[in-house]
Write a protein that binds this ligand. Structure first.
Ligand code: MN
Length: 293
């Protein structure tokens, strides 16, 4: 069975003890197995406090981040690459410390709009850093996910195919493809082929609408996505991601261009999403069984 997660920004924009508690308790109350905690600035996460709240509520956690242009490991500037390497190791330390087994996102470049093509040298730097990070993560049973994102959020990995190529270059078993329907909608030819292309290397999925609001109210073809996941017998985590100007993270919200209010009631949104995902998975597994009696 898939673990079903929810991104912390459905609940809170910061990570004080009160925000941490509210986010984790709300995720549990809305029926999720896991919360995805953004660690763009690992130093803002109180590791012991977070682990204790997770344990007391009985919820799993994953961590995610995007690098910045100051910490871009796909840069050709050794100082910037070194800063990114340090930041990724700090994020890994947070994941390990709070008991998460997943660290994903735009671990491979800055999260932002580039004004030039990626370079061979920068890509090689990225592969080197991620290989070292993956080896360290493996020792703690942590999986790294490279989230394939749209062209305005990275110039390096915009399709599942590109992500697989990079994972092959890294050459470590604990690095997986992380797909996100919001980004697939912009860059891929559809919702089935990239899932099949990733196959058993798909390790994490973000479900988000085309406008990042309520699932089913945009243009994402969710039935095709869920059918494809059933087809490859995907057993990994599926995390709901949604953003609205109602919940603001000072850094992340502006980077993701969250300018509009798509919802105000996170609990209503999250319960709806939980049911939507459940129904999508059940419908897909039923139609797969009917097609293969
Ligand atoms: Mn995502």
């Amino acid at each position: 069975m898939n673990q079903i997660g929810v991104h912390a920004l459905v609940w809170v924009g910061g990570w004080s003890e009160a925000e941490c508690r509210r986010a984790i308790e709300s995720s549990k109350a809305a029926g999720f197995d896991l919360i995805e905690i953004p660690v763009l600035d690992p130093s803002t996460i109180d590791i012991d406090m977070t682990r204790q709240v997770l344990q007391s509520v009985g919820l799993q956690a994953g961590c995610s981040l995007g690098l910045s242009f100051d910490t871009d490991i796909s840069s050709v500037d050794p100082a910037i690459v070194a800063a990114g390497d340090r930041l990724l190791h700090q994020a890994l330390e947070v994941a390990r410390g709070i008991g998460a087994n997943y660290l994903g996102g735009i671990l491979y470049s800055a999260l932002g709009k580039y004004s030039q093509m990626p370079t061979r040298e920068g890509r090689a730097n990225c592969v080197n850093v991620l290989r070292g990070l993956a080896r360290e993560a493996a020792a703690d049973g942590i999986t790294l996910g490279l989230e394939t994102v749209n062209r305005y959020e990275s110039n390096l990995l915009n399709t599942a195919e590109q992500t697989i190529e990079m994972i092959d270059a890294i050459g470590e078993d604990n690095v997986v493809v992380h797909l996100d329907t919001y980004h697939m909608n912009i860059e891929e030819s559809g919702f089935r082929t990239p899932v099949l292309t990733a196959g058993d290397r798909l390790g994490y999925v973000h479900v988000g609408e085309s406008h990042r609001g309520y699932l089913g109210t945009g243009t994402i073809d969710f039935p095709t996505l869920f059918d494809a996941l059933a087809e490859i017998n995907y057993q990994g985590t599926i995390t709901f991601e949604s953003f609205s100007s109602a919940v603001v993270s000072p850094n992340l919200s502006t980077t993701l261009a969250i300018w509009r209010n798509l919802w105000s009631d996170g609990m209503h949104l999250a319960r709806h999403a939980r049911q939507f995902i459940d129904q999508g998975l059940r419908t897909a597994s039923r139609s797969l069984a009917e097609a293969n009696p």
